[in-house]
Write a protein that binds this ligand. Structure first.
Ligand SMILES: Cc1ncc(COP(=O)(O)O)c(C=O)c1O
Length: 395
């Protein structure tokens, strides 16, 4: 067989998000793209801020030796220092450039980190529902993914997490604001998680890292803000990107930052920098690294996402869908009115509405709507959401 059995199996079980995306392409050819309500992919549709475009134009004019060359594998010192200044502002903890490695998006950050810290067979706890790529990222580096189910309101369940911690646990991986639920962890949740990890680290005599995957950290609504994971726990590591808050998903730019209070903070960053190289990423894209310091305090027009959230939340709850109201991201995660989320999502598909079954995020009985689409599409999709809900509830 030309392809390894592991990858063959992964391809056979291809991600639900991708599957729906591909079905969408076929339906759009058949019915025209305006008539397909494609909520399958978290590909941000808002324009990048004008400050980004202006900085990109300026930076792209620069020429000279090494403008497009390799740089230290961790990234340009100026960019890492600018990110460190931002983190210091957010947390009041003194970060330096040496606590930051620039990466190929948040996905790159997670992969270099997991490669850096995992011994074969060590466990990483994730809270379901979760972004399914974590399964691959953890497996890429010979780790074992352990699931702790969330509470009914889709927040961390402390008892569940505690019961999953063993001598093999290396890290708890959290994602706030969350894909697929849109939930944002508040101060109490982060404090309690930190307390739990602190006492488990003591019990097992080694640090259990809190890895915060936070590419949606600026896409937050209702005046809330994303609380820095560094505030309450010293062995915290942030993996993030500008894919969502600057709509730069295709440009592949993000970073990894380790708390200055972490045990072995410099060793972890040195290892991550090395892993950036040997995983073949080498370094994050040079041009994007030069642009980033100019745009650290701007983001896309987040109120547009909030308006779409409001529109969907009120229309769907009025129909009868049960939903925990999301506080951020561009996802909403309603409960299906039947147990079988795949059957439900297929029924939506017949109305040309493309969503992703909760099964794709390890949570049966739910489905994810990614609202990176216009308000017009959202409004025109509502009768379809109603027809399918009624079909299963009014017999
Ligand atoms: C929760 C989560 N983590 C990580 C990523 C990967 O982000 P990036 O494109 O910056 O690598 C995504 C992308 O959708 C995501 O939703």
């Amino acid at each position: 067989m030309p392809v390894s059995s592991k990858i063959s199996a992964a391809l056979t079980n291809a991600s639900w998000i991708r599957k729906m995306f591909e079905i969408g392409l076929t339906l759009k050819k058949q019915y025209g793209s305006q008539n397909v309500y494609d909520f399958s992919l978290g590909n941000p549709d808002l324009e990048s801020p004008p400050e980004f475009t202006a900085a990109l134009i300026e930076e792209s004019k620069k020429s000279g030796p090494l403008v497009h060359g390799y740089m230290p594998n961790a990234g340009y010192i100026e960019t890492r220092q600018a990110v460190a200044n931002l983190l210091t502002k957010e947390s009041d903890i003194g970060f330096s450039a040496d606590h930051v490695t620039m990466t190929i998006g948040a996905a790159g950050a997670l992969n270099v980190l997991l490669k850096s810290i995992l011994e074969p067979g060590e466990e990483v706890i994730v809270i379901a529902p979760f972004f399914a790529e974590y399964d691959f990222y953890i497996d890429n580096h010979q780790g074992v993914r352990v699931i702790a189910e969330s509470t009914p309101d889709l927040l961390p369940n402390f008892e569940n997490i505690e019961s999953k911690i063993t001598s093999k646990t290396r890290a708890l991986l959290i994602n706030t604001p969350n894909n697929p639920t849109g939930r944002v962890y508040g101060e109490k949740v982060l404090r309690d998680l930190s307390f739990l990890l602190e006492s488990a680290s003591k019990k097992f005599g080694k640090p259990i890292y809190l890895i915060a995957d936070a590419p949606y950290k600026k896409i937050i609504f209702d005046g809330l803000s994303c609380i820095s994971p560094f505030l309450f726990y010293r062995n915290a590591i942030l993996a993030t990107s500008f894919s969502k808050d600057l709509s730069l998903a295709g440009e592949r730019i993000g970073y990894l930052a380790v708390s200055p209070y972490a045990d072995d903070d410099k060793d972890i960053i040195n290892a991550a920098t090395f892993c950036n190289r040997v995983l073949g990423y080498v370094n994050a894209p040079a041009l994007m690294q030069r642009v980033i310091p100019h745009v650290l305090d701007v983001q896309v027009n987040v109120p547009i996402y909030q308006r779409r959230r409001d529109l969907l939340y009120s229309a769907l709850t009025e129909i009868g869908y049960e939903i925990v109201k999301p506080e951020g991201t561009f996802y909403i995660f309603p409960k299906c009115p039947i147990d079988d989320d795949i059957q439900f999502v297929q029924a939506l598909q017949e109305k040309l509405i493309l969503t992703t079954p909760g099964t794709g995020f390890h949570r049966k009985g739910y489905f994810r709507i990614a609202y990176c689409v216009s308000e017009d599409i959202i409004r025109r999709s509502i009768p379809g959401f109603k027809a399918v809900f009624d079909k299963f509830t009014k017999r």
